[in-house]
Design a protein around this ligand. Structure first.
Ligand code: SAH
Length: 471
């Protein structure tokens, strides 16, 4: 079979990496499917690529619904950021659990042979809220122009069409944002459409409206709004925004801070020079009893209540709560700050300088003095730290999706730390890194370094209705 041909009556089998799905073609080749699917459904697929080993395909139509399919809740809209809205939540949790278990399959034999006690695979921890759980929602302005679909819409406000940087789908209701954020979004939708200013065109770099971000401090309900605009803050723009600020703040008293972001760069990201239009420079989020300041560009876990569950679980695994703690890939230092009271000294290591600086402020805010914030690459810091101090009793690692840089692991092992807590957002790279930590794959240099035992594994769902899973 070749490109564009139809594979009829195929059953979607399971979730694999990166939110893709797996099925089997009649000729025995595996099919990797991109986009929204529901396991157990019978579908027709269009072949995008035919390779010797497998096909890549896209769902064309559903022939028979999966038993996992549930109706879309009233008023909700399906979009790229929440592709699993029509999969029942219990089923979502099962799919994610299976995925984590599967990533451990190829090291299972090794674990069974080498470990005297087997790891405990704990039940998945569900997100406390399954809708409206995001404390940061980013909407985009733009166009949707397609001759093929006969659409020529110059003003759109919502989310990017799946994989298309220059096409925007209008949002009617974002299921992952709370109701107040949705109401404010609709108000801004109206104000921006009435403004006469055009949306930004990424192809030409011309236009005005770019992104709108709403950040919420879960405990106090304070909101921060950020308008990312392709313009400098001129007098004309200033007058225009003063009116917007007045209308929004009169109607929504939870708005504590509004920023204008002079975003004239080419890249489709929320960046630029922030100008405070209204209220406070930062809002304050609470997490497990500690306070964290959120500036427009600060990193903060997007599901606050979910993050509390994740951190509580990670902390509960630590038996050696004394001595030196290394918190690698620390972001704004949240984990290290939460753990500081147990340790003599915490080293919070993060690549992005602004995140590291925010961490420093957060520690001060909470009266914590034994955390040192180091803005360095984890792989370099681990080596340097080892040469200088040679000791870390407990290590927490929370790397991005790609997992740890290979050169980090030998240094980590050289600490002979009693415990390593690995927080992962990608089961595939987690399994790959664990393989080295437990000694299944080792190079000559790390041959004689300690081999770790896996004791506990817990999947945590921080992102309902998406394929993302923490472990
Ligand atoms: N532990 C944090 C967030 C982790 S997200 C929390 O719980 O909030 C992963 C972090 O790793 C990001 O902040 C990213 O900037 C950082 N990072 C990515 N590569 C890195 C590297 N090579 N060295 C150190 N930090 C890195």
């Amino acid at each position: 079979m070749s490109k564009n041909e139809i594979l009829a009556n195929i059953t979607i089998e399971k979730l694999i990496f990166g939110g893709k799905w797996l099925a089997t073609a009649p000729d025995g080749r595996k099919i990797i499917i991109t986009g929204g699917c529901i396991p157990g459904s019978l579908v027709d697929l269009r072949i995008l690529k035919a390779k010797k080993s497998h096909y890549e395909a896209q769902e064309l139509r559903i022939v028979k619904k999966s038993p996992m399919e549930v109706p879309l809740p009233d008023g909700f809209q399906m979009y790229g950021g929440a592709k699993w809205l029509t999969i029942g939540y219990e089923d979502q949790l099962n799919i994610k659990t299976e995925q984590v278990k599967e990533s451990f399959h190829h090291i299972e034999k090794w674990i069974n042979e080498e470990q005297t006690s087997l790891p405990v695979f704990h039940p998945i921890i569900a997100s406390p809220e399954i809708y409206g759980y995001r404390n940061k929602v980013e909407f985009s302005w733009g166009k949707y122009i397609s001759a093929k679909e006969d659409i020529h819409d110059e003003f759109r406000f919502g989310f990017h069409a799946q994989g298309q940087f220059d096409r925007i789908i209008d949002c009617t209701y974002c299921a992952l944002a709370d109701t107040e954020t949705n109401a404010i979004f609709l108000e801004v939708d109206r104000l921006s459409r009435d403004s006469g200013y055009p949306t930004y065109d990424p192809k030409t770099g011309v236009g005005f409206w770019r992104h709108f971000v709403v950040r919420r401090a879960t405990s106090s309900q304070e909101l921060m709004l950020i308008f990312s605009i392709n313009s400098l803050y001129t007098d004309e723009v200033k007058i225009f925004f003063m009116d917007i600020v007045k209308q929004l703040t009169e109607k929504y008293p939870n708005i504590a801070s509004i920023y204008f972001l002079e975003n004239t760069g080419k890249a489709d990201i929320v960046t630029g020079n922030p100008v405070l239009l209204f209220g406070k420079t930062a809002i304050t989020a609470e997490l497990l009893g500690l306070s964290f300041e959120i500036q427009p560009k600060s990193f903060f876990q997007v599901n606050t209540l979910g993050a509390e569950k994740l951190y509580t679980e990670a902390i509960s695994f630590i038996k050696n709560k004394w001595g030196f703690l290394l918190d690698l890939y620390a972001g704004t230092g949240t984990i290290g700050i939460l753990l500081a009271k147990y340790f003599e000294k915490v080293y919070s290591v993060e690549l992005i300088e602004s995140a590291s600086r925010d961490g420093e402020k957060n520690a001060i805010k909470n009266g914590i003095t034994n955390v040192e914030f180091v803005c360095w690459k984890a792989e370099e810091f681990a080596k340097k730290f080892l040469e200088q101090w040679g000791k870390a009793d407990t290590i927490v690692i929370d790397p991005p999706r790609d997992g740890m840089h290979p050169s980090t692991i030998p240094s980590l092992l050289s600490f002979w730390a009693r415990e390593i807590i690995y927080v992962s957002c990608n089961p595939a790279t987690l399994a790959r890194d664990l393989e080295v930590l437990i000694g299944k794959t080792r190079d000559e240099k790390s041959e004689n370094l300690p081999k770790y035992r896996i004791t506990d594994v817990t999947p945590v769902d921080m992102f309902p209705h998406t394929h993302h899973i923490e472990t």
